[in-house]
Design a protein around this ligand. Structure first.
Ligand SMILES: [Zn+2]
Ligand SMILES: [Zn+2]
Length: 568
């Protein structure tokens, strides 16, 4: 159905005309047409085909012609004409909830505002409030609207976005009318940070589902509440986050999910492919002429284009479509392929959970093993272990291992790479460990590349931890030449870490992809200090999938035996 598309277009024309300073019946006619189309239960294409457009109350001949033009050509001259006559910055201002087209016109005409920056300036210097019909209270409202708008432009760490979405989805599952439910957008593609949070659902009585959604206990403000779309701000400990819910028909769910998952680049390419086949693809389905041939599931949608379903994490137009056409998509790693966590801290150093408890939790997750990698003595700020304490820990793990069936605790260490590239423990100690993870924790600007390369020369080192040292929201990372680190890993056969701690995700997908080309093994570890943190492994797996990594690329897809016998 094109009803909603057309409704949005007419509403936009109304806004645009008003920004240009037009008032009166023209603006009203477009707005009215938008509302009528929004409420129309019949498919507008059927109505047009049966020449009944004029029968819809409120649709005059002018609007009717424009609807036909759009249905026949996919374009509307009036729309492109009006939009192109307005500075883009002004159109963008419409996204600020508390700001109407009339005010934008006024600010533009009287104060030469051309976009957000200009608007903020005239708010600050008080000139906007002095305009006819404005006043302090209105301006205060606009200011709040800008704050919310800017917050929504901020990117959210994947960890926070996933927790929020899961909370909202669990809440929505309690509505009896709810059918299918899925997150969409960059969150579903597992990007390390997420723009906006979108959820798609099916279900009878959409408006009831939307109403229930807007009453989620965390909601601090309802931005929109319609029949098929709701938009709210939910307060979290990091501030307010916008979450949007769309209800679509069962027959359109796959098409909508595909469309709203993106990425934009991936979808543009698909659209082009569809066109070449004489098809049209949209959020409503895949169409041949008027006939809908797919839309219920993503599988149907991709199949209509001659493709297998492409995993969401791969949808970035980085060659995945070309490979899918040849049926040569990488078989990316699954969460269930992971046999253990290779970087975990216990309460022997700065972790908060005992080794026994960590092992039990890991076994419950279906793992075969877990590697305890507490800090070494140089990391005294983190309770780093002296050689004596490490030897005690080794004994404790040996003892504990006898109490577990079909599960092993690996004796590991996150050993500091010192200022000259030596390791914080001697080889007499390192050789007693199952897994040595070497890490830079100090001197981020001092010869980091050389130090890492020297650490790779040690025969007992298996993994280089968090190779870039970045923290996504706080810190840029070491002064390190990662190309050289990759070369070093390739030559020495050492593995590089994909640290799955949500704020690290280090290596990032860009370097992981390069590592894959060089056949370097990747070790995924959560670096958790808490029990719940073990679950962060999925962010690691998500990023690994984005980098096209397969089972064979990943150290912790190996069995316990192959891992400790270094059969890789
Ligand atoms: Zn570390
Ligand atoms: Zn660590």
């Amino acid at each position: 159905m094109k009803n909603k598309e057309l409704a949005a277009i007419f509403s936009r024309i109304g806004d645009a005309l008003e920004i240009k300073g037009e008032t009166g019946f023209k603006v009203i006619a477009y707005r009215k047409a938008s509302r009528i189309l929004e409420d129309l239960t019949e498919d507008i294409e059927t109505v047009a085909k049966e020449k009944r457009l004029q029968d819809i109350p409120g649709i005059g001949s002018g609007i009717g012609q424009k609807i036909e033009e759009y249905l026949q050509t996919g374009q509307m001259k009036k729309y492109t004409e009006v939009l192109s006559s307005i500075p883009e910055g002004l159109l963008k201002l419409l996204e600020i909830q508390s700001l109407g087209a009339k005010t934008i016109h006024l600010a533009h005409k009287e104060l030469q505002v051309k976009g957000l920056e200009g608007l903020k300036k005239v708010i600050e210097d008080g000139s906007l409030a002095k305009l006819y019909g404005m006043g302090e209270k209105k301006v205060e409202n606009i200011k709040k609207g800008i704050e919310i708008y800017e917050k929504a432009q901020e990117r959210i760490p994947i960890f926070e976005a996933v927790s929020l979405v899961e909370d909202v989805m669990e809440y929505l599952r309690k509505v009896p009318q709810i059918g299918q439910l899925s997150p969409a957008g960059s969150l579903r593609r597992m990007r390390e940070t997420v723009g906006d949070i979108d959820i798609l659902a099916t279900g009878k009585h959409g408006e009831q589902i939307i109403r229930y959604f807007t009453r989620h206990p965390g909601v601090s403000r309802v931005l929109a509440e319609g029949k098929t779309k709701g938009s709210v701000l939910i307060s979290t400990d990091k501030g307010e986050r916008q979450v949007d819910l769309r209800i679509v028909a069962e027959s359109e769910f796959g098409a909508a999910l595909q469309y709203f998952t993106g990425s934009k680049a991936h979808n543009i390419k698909l659209r082009g492919m569809a066109k070449d086949k004489g098809l049209k693809i949209s959020e409503y389905g895949v169409f041949r002429g008027q006939k809908k041939i797919a839309g219920r599931s993503e599988k149907e949608v991709y199949k209509a284009l001659g493709l297998p379903v492409i995993p969401p994490e791969l949808r970035e137009d980085r060659g995945e479509i070309e490979l899918a056409l040849k049926n040569k998509l990488p078989r990316v790693v699954n969460l269930s392929d992971i046999k253990g966590d290779l970087h975990v801290h216990s309460d022997h150093s700065d972790g908060h959970v005992s080794i026994k408890e960590l092992a039990e939790l890991a076994q419950k997750m279906g793992y075969e093993y877990i590697a305890i990698c507490d800090h070494s003595q140089a990391a005294n700020y983190a309770g780093g272990l002296t050689p004596g304490r490490l030897l005690q820990q080794i004994e404790e793990i040996d003892r504990l291992n006898k109490t577990f069936k079909n599960f092993k605790i690996l004796k590991g260490s996150e050993v500091d790479i010192l200022h000259d590239g030596r390791l914080d423990f001697g080889n007499d100690i390192l050789k007693r460990l199952d897994l040595v993870v070497a890490a830079v924790h100090r001197g981020f600007k001092k010869n980091v590349t050389e130090r890492i390369l020297r650490a790779m020369e040690n025969p007992y080192v298996t993994v280089i931890a968090h190779p870039s040292g970045r923290l996504i929201s706080r810190r840029e990372g070491y002064d390190v030449d990662l190309e050289k680190v990759l070369e070093g890993a390739e030559e020495s056969g050492k593995a590089l870490e994909l640290n799955a701690y949500y704020d690290r995700l280090d290596l990032n997908e860009f370097y992981l992809k390069k590592a894959r080309e060089k056949k370097i093994r990747i070790s995924i570890g959560t670096d958790t200090h808490y029990a719940q943190g073990l679950k962060m492994i999925r962010f690691g797996v998500g990023i690994a999938r984005r980098a096209w990594l397969e089972k064979r690329d990943i150290l912790n897809c190996l069995s316990y035996k192959d891992l400790v016998n270094k059969k890789f």
